[in-house]
Design a protein around this ligand. Structure first.
Ligand SMILES: NCc1[nH]cc(CCC(=O)O)c1CC(=O)O
Length: 347
């Protein structure tokens, strides 16, 4: 705890004399995220340099479910750490496989951005039967299909890929009526504007979808900064200064939930955990079924929901809080599996 009267920030200047090579993919979003991290490190006195890398996920145009999904974006960035071509690797936590990478540690998880998904192209109320909505995410498909079915609508859910700008262009050209994107990416790229309660994305009408209607992916809107286990202790101290404990607890529970469900980032699972001021944790999750059809009517199969909570205790250490978060994720996943036997792997 810092003394209220203290004017000097205990972390001020802790990066002085450190030069940090920041590795990330070359997409506009990855670069923006890396630059954001670099700016935080510079505020702490470090000097920084950007190291870009092209990943299989960027060059292979096939659908993610065909290439093998999980990890294709992370691997090349992680290799830069192993070959010592970068000192830190910046990832979207949502794209980072849950299994730990040998020799590497997630040294910082900064405060999370807006965790919601956004419908870009038109507001939710303007959706009508026969429209085409783009999303390649089974999680979004199953939840949207249920929302649409509840309104008696049937739309086509078109599997799409590409970076954020490409997806927004699909609406601009009229190829699709709307696409679903994460608010976090749009905000980081400066593409989302809010005026008088009206949301637009690059001038297109848009509507953020509350987490009470569509639950985000595990780790959505959070960044992970990975370093080598053998990293300079001064670099680790710098990482600790940009780590945000409430976010770390939230995403720890979410990722553990996903892992215990044995569901990858491509599974139709939404999970969202919030930490309040006292670090009490609340979890809400939903699981659907993989459906091959692109008709929202076919994809509107029943969803299984689960809720859980893990209250804080007096004098709890950060390490104990992380363990509590992990337990919440585990326990909630087991509750979910009891209700949702179809998600259990074949034995
Ligand atoms: N799957 C791609 C991806 N990975 C991370 C983000 C940005 C949001 C985030 O930081 O979680 C996006 C784009 C999107 O889903 O719209």
């Amino acid at each position: 705890m810092s003394t209220p009267r203290e004017t000097t920030d205990p972390t001020a200047g802790i990066g002085t004399g450190l030069h940090v090579r920041v590795g990330a993919r070359r997409s506009a979003l990855a670069r923006t995220q890396a630059e954001w991290i670099a700016a935080r490190l510079q505020e702490l006195g470090a000097t920084t340099e950007m190291v870009g890398v092209v990943t299989t996920g960027d060059t292979d145009r096939r659908h993610l479910t065909e290439i093998g999904g999980t990890g294709i974006f992370a691997t090349a960035v992680r290799d830069q750490l192993r070959t010592r071509d970068a000192d830190v690797a910046v990832h979207s936590l949502k794209d980072l496989p849950v299994d730990p990478a040998p020799g590497l540690v997630i040294a910082a998880i900064p405060a999370r951005e807006d965790p919601r998904d956004v419908l870009v192209g038109l507001p939710l109320d303007a959706l009508a039967s026969g429209m085409r909505i783009g999303t390649g995410s089974p999680r979004r498909v199953v939840q949207l299909a249920n929302l649409l079915a509840a309104r008696g609508l049937q739309v086509e859910l078109v599997p799409i890929r590409g970076n954020v700008g490409t997806r927004v262009d699909m609406v601009r050209t009229g190829e699709l009526d709307a696409v679903v994107l994460a608010a976090a990416g749009l905000r980081r790229l400066g593409m989302l504007a809010e005026n008088d309660g009206r949301t637009t994305v690059e001038g297109l009408p848009a509507e953020p979808i509350g987490v009470d209607r569509v639950l985000p992916a595990a780790g959505q809107a959070a960044l992970a900064v990975e370093v080598s286990e053998q990293a300079d202790p001064r670099l680790l101290a710098l990482m600790a200064a940009i780590d945000h404990l409430p976010t770390r607890l939230e995403v720890t529970a979410e990722r553990r939930f996903l892992n215990t469900m044995e569901a990858g980032c491509l599974a139709p699972v939404g999970v969202h955990v919030t930490a309040d001021e006292q670090l009490n944790l609340t979890l809400r999750a939903v699981a659907g079924q993989m459906i091959a059809s692109t008709s929202s009517r076919d994809a509107a199969t029943p969803l299984t929901s689960v809720e859980g909570s893990a209250p804080t205790s007096d004098g709890e250490s950060p390490e104990a809080a992380v363990a509590r978060a992990a337990q919440l994720g585990d326990r909630s996943a087991r509750d979910m599996l009891l209700r949702h036997p179809a998600e259990r792997p074949e034995t």
